[in-house]
Design a protein around this ligand. Structure first.
Ligand code: DGJ
Length: 538
């Protein structure tokens, strides 16, 4: 049976957006912790909190081991219960298929898969040591995973298509090869010695492999035929290309099997790379930006390739994924003091479909307040934001934060409607959590913003030649004509808010000290606020 999904990705104007029930949709998301969707009572409490925090979309894991505890026997009660709980709270769901791989490992494979290492072989290191990673070379595992995923999508179609609570699906979770860039099992070695598929060779000849992989091909002598080592080089970087193809083609079979049952938008997500790490040192060959073209060629059924951004240099990673028409969606990101600012900036600058601070149900205190306030403001502005994304009438301004939390001191500026908007961000006295991290996959590094880091950002929406709506926190904005002719003055500034239905409720008219006597607008650092401004040229 083929059922038309109620959500699709559609290109409108400048951006590819998620459309739900025929209308563009901005996902005000959060991702649940790994285990809280395995017990409906715990899940209910978590979703209550998400609802209180003004989320409209929840990324939640669905577990292969619990769905198919014995081969061919499926149990969808947990899936059904999750959909019911979300639906009752008017939340949309983006299930995460914890299938063959979760953060490289195969910990969510069912017992009958885990225990049968002959039928479902593991990755071998070059030393022969085994990893708890099912080999992407395993056709049996690929078939079993694809079959389970197809059954899941069939269930979701039958149970949910009429209502459309489930709006997208993530296939696998952070696949990656570690601690070596490729599998050295016998079957994988044979595949590595075989010829590189014509699809990739054609991309190579056409210069369509992306700059990083093209450079490997060039360095190996621009070969138009040969084994993986011959075509991409025998070092770890070439090994990674081979593994990326193995992973991508495996994920393709799973995705295509699911889509045949119910064609919701589907994506996969990547664990990112610390500065200076080489293939093998990080979860290699995942859907990383330098491998985007390999993944797209190997897994054409995926609609998006997505980053999980836990590192502080959020902008740098978004820039890398805003590549080659790939829509920007951030299913997971660190729920730091900057999470809400990053969500605002991503929607404005990258036309992002949405963001998901991780372990959202455990976010508390100041961070909880910032995300809740931000999502309330974004909900009221959604329609205008989505139009702005389509028409290019939206501008994002954010401090640039480095991997080490250093903040670029230079003025952040952007142009909209012939006006240059220049932003200076307030630095916050308080920092985020001081512990390096409670999340094992993050490794060493400061988890949250240190004191002195700005927590804010700004989004500017043009409504007419001289009227703009500004959403922001902790930012002062000045204005100048983009063509350098004359000056721009502030005519009027009104604070206010948009109701969840998008209706403007105006409040005080800000002037005098609040605009530094007409020199700038200031959106205070205490929370997310909205101002409607009109400007004039003199
Ligand atoms: C990234 C993974 O995708 C999540 O499931 C979770 O494990 C986080 N890392 C935090 O450790």
């Amino acid at each position: 049976m083929s059922t038309i999904a109620r959500s699709q990705l559609r290109r409108v104007g400048l951006r590819t957006q998620l459309h739900v029930d025929g209308k563009p949709f901005l996902a005000l998301g959060g991702e649940l912790g790994n285990s809280n969707a395995s017990d409906l009572a715990v899940l209910a409490t978590a979703l209550d909190k998400c609802q209180r925090m003004n989320l409209n979309t929840i990324m939640l894991p669905l577990y292969w081991d619990l769905i198919e505890p014995r081969e061919g026997e499926f149990d969808f009660l947990l899936v059904q219960g999750s959909i019911d709980l979300a639906r009752a709270r008017h939340l949309r769901l983006v299930p995460l298929w914890f299938g063959t791989w979760k953060n490289s490992m195969s910990c969510y494979a069912p017992s009958w898969v885990k225990r049968d290492t002959n039928r479902f072989p593991r990755v071998h290191r070059s030393s022969g040591e085994l990893e708890e990673i099912i080999s992407p070379q395993s056709a049996a595992a690929n078939e079993a995973d694809a079959n389970a995923f197809a059954r899941l999508m069939r269930f979701i179609r039958d149970y949910d298509a009429a209502t459309g609570t489930v709006i997208m699906v993530q296939v696998e979770n952070e696949v990656g090869m570690i601690p070596e860039a490729r599998d050295h099992s016998e079957a994988a070695e044979a595949a590595y010695r075989s010829d590189v598929p014509e699809t990739l060779l054609t991309l190579a000849r056409n210069g369509e492999l992306g700059p990083e992989v093209s450079a490997l091909w060039e360095a190996a002598g621009r070969k138009t035929a040969g084994s993986w080592g011959e075509v991409f080089g025998t070092g770890p970087a070439g090994d990674e290309v081979f593994s990326a193809w193995q992973f991508a083609t495996y994920v393709q079979k799973v995705t295509a099997a699911g889509k045949r049952e119910y064609a919701l938008p589907m994506f996969t997500n990547a664990a990112l790379i610390r500065p200076g790490y080489q293939p093998g040192q990080y979860p290699s060959a995942g859907p990383l930006p330098h491998l985007l073209e390999i993944w797209r060629a190997g897994a054409p059924s995926l609609d998006m390739i997505c980053p999980d951004i836990y590192f502080p240099n959020f902008i740098e990673w978004c820039d890398k994924y805003d590549r080659n028409g790939n829509p920007v969606f951030i299913p997971e990101m660190a729920a730091t003091m900057r999470a809400s600012a990053n969500a605002v900036f991503a929607a404005a600058r990258y036309g992002a479909i949405g963001c998901g601070p991780f372990s959202i149900e455990n976010v508390e205190g100041e961070k909880q307040r910032l995300i809740s306030d931000c999502y309330a403001a974004l909900a009221g502005l959604s329609e205008l934001i989505l139009i702005g994304q389509q028409e290019g009438t939206i501008l994002g301004l954010s401090p640039k934060v480095g991997f080490d939390w250093s903040v670029d001191e230079s003025m952040q500026a952007g142009e909209l409607g012939g006006i240059t908007f220049k932003a200076v961000f307030d630095r916050q006295e308080i920092g985020g959590d001081t512990q390096t991290t409670t999340l094992p996959t993050l490794g060493a590094g400061r988890w949250d913003a240190p004191p002195g880091t700005p927590h804010g950002a700004a989004m500017i929406l043009q409504q007419s030649p001289d009227a703009f709506i500004v959403l922001g926190m902790g930012v002062k904005i000045t204005f100048a004509p983009a063509d350098g002719q004359g000056k721009i003055g502030i005519d009027q500034v009104q604070e206010g808010r948009f109701t969840p239905g998008g209706v403007w409720r105006g409040g005080r008219f800000l002037n005098g000290d609040e605009t530094h006597q007409g020199r700038h607008i200031h959106l205070p650092d205490v929370s997310w606020t909205v101002q409607r401004i009109s400007l004039y040229r003199y």
